[in-house]
Design a protein around this ligand. Structure first.
Ligand code: F6R
Ligand code: MG
Ligand code: MG
Length: 373
């Protein structure tokens, strides 16, 4: 039996500048200080603080298991302290995702997004985390399908005996708040039928079929459902375990050879091409986008993110690579094409997907102006 370690990634938009652009260093430093203290006290084993555009991201490893009140309250208190500073500086959208006043033991349902995975450490345990800005959870459906079910993406599905048994996908129905587990390759068509509707069905977990080894956990917060109104897109994160009977690092990154369309972008109301970027370009600009995606790689050993001699976690910025230049260029080309459409569909999301309420206000204003035909 390997050591049990929990990897927790909790993120929140606590304020940014200018506008919904980036989390300034001062908020990252506040977070680092808190998590460093928590590490000294033995609550967490290691951490890495970063930002995906305007989202503050806390990556932690610890021994407390999933949904630990202590770990979630550490994240909540960190976001509260960062929010206080953001309010003082009148940063934009200060405390935007802190939707509830009181913490009740778990940040789920309060606004922050969480992806968590308790693993039994293998001989070596390499991990990739994905973090996106200006899009929603459904943005991960396509790449996760390709990584774990598409043999044209993942050679291991036809070359590695344990992977040939397939993978199980937990799909969350965000409308009904229910979940189902579908197994590939047997139920591949049914799976695509569901997760092709990215605004409703999202992949929340993936397990290796042969032994139920956990390999994916994603965040599934629907902010608009908590707040009852548009408060920004959910900007998802995912933890993906790789190698040794799981997709290789390169198979996890292969779907990002090309850009593809996701919901989000300006006012969370448009179809947008996604752009894989390095940490340096983790910031939305053009039409509040295009939505950006980070991929960070690391390994977990004896409960900790493997670090250098000085204790700095060894985190690899996987899209900081010319191999993804094509996707970035395609993304800008797709953006220039679809933006010519302005507010005409399919550039704008269909009304039912949109979280902005302006259209209902237009209808309200025009009430009485529509006559039967
Ligand atoms: C999308 C997003 C931005 C804002 C836009 C308007 O998730 O955060 O596109 O919707 O910048 O922001 P407000 O309404 O705050 O001026
Ligand atoms: Mg924001
Ligand atoms: Mg954001």
């Amino acid at each position: 039996m390997g050591r049990r370690t929990t990897i927790t990634l909790i993120k929140c938009d606590v304020g940014s500048l200018p506008g919904h652009h980036v989390v300034p260093k001062i908020l990252l430093d506040i977070s680092r200080k808190r998590l460093n203290q928590a590490k000294k006290e033995g609550l967490i084993n290691s951490y890495y603080v970063f930002h995906a555009g305007d989202d503050l991201e806390l990556l932690m490893t610890h021994d407390k298991g999933e949904n630990s009140p202590e770990i979630h309250s550490l994240a909540w208190d960190t976001f509260l302290e960062a929010t206080e500073k953001a309010k003082k500086l009148k940063l934009y959208g200060a405390g935007q995702d802190m939707l509830k006043d009181a913490f009740s033991g778990n940040v789920r349902g309060l606004g922050p997004g969480v992806a968590e995975m308790e693993i039994e450490e293998r001989e070596a345990d390499p991990i990739v985390v994905l973090a996106a800005d200006k899009t929603s959870q459904g943005a991960f459906n396509l790449p996760l399908f390709r990584i774990f079910a598409d043999p044209f993406n993942t050679a291991g599905l036809v070359l590695e005996p344990t992977m040939m048994e397939g993978f199980k996908f937990e799909v969350l129905d965000q409308k009904e708040r229910s979940r189902a587990v579908l197994k590939c390759p047997e139920e591949m068509y049914e799976l695509i039928a569901l997760i092709g509707s990215t605004e409703r069905y999202v992949i929340s977990h993936v397990w290796r079929a042969v032994d139920d080894l956990i390999c994916v956990a994603t965040s599934t917060t629907k902010l608009s459902m908590i707040a009852g109104r548009y408060v920004g897109k959910d900007d998802p994160v995912a933890i993906i375990r790789i190698q040794h009977g799981l997709p290789a690092l390169g198979e996890v990154l292969a779907p990002f050879l090309h850009s593809y369309f996701v919901e989000g972008w300006m006012r969370g109301s448009h179809w947008a091409p996604i752009m894989p970027v390095s940490l340096k370009d983790s910031r939305c600009t053009l039409f509040d986008g295009p939505p950006r995606l980070l991929a960070l790689g690391f390994q977990v050993t004896e409960g900790e993110i493997v670090s250098d001699e000085d204790g700095n976690p060894l985190i690899y910025d996987l899209f900081d690579d010319p191999a993804f230049d094509l996707a970035r260029r395609e993304c800008v080309e797709y953006a220039s094409i679809i933006r010519r459409m302005g507010e005409f569909e399919p550039a704008r999301l269909p009304e039912s997907y949109m979280e902005y309420t302006a259209l209902s206000k237009v209808l309200e204003k025009l009430k009485g102006r529509f006559h039967p035909v």
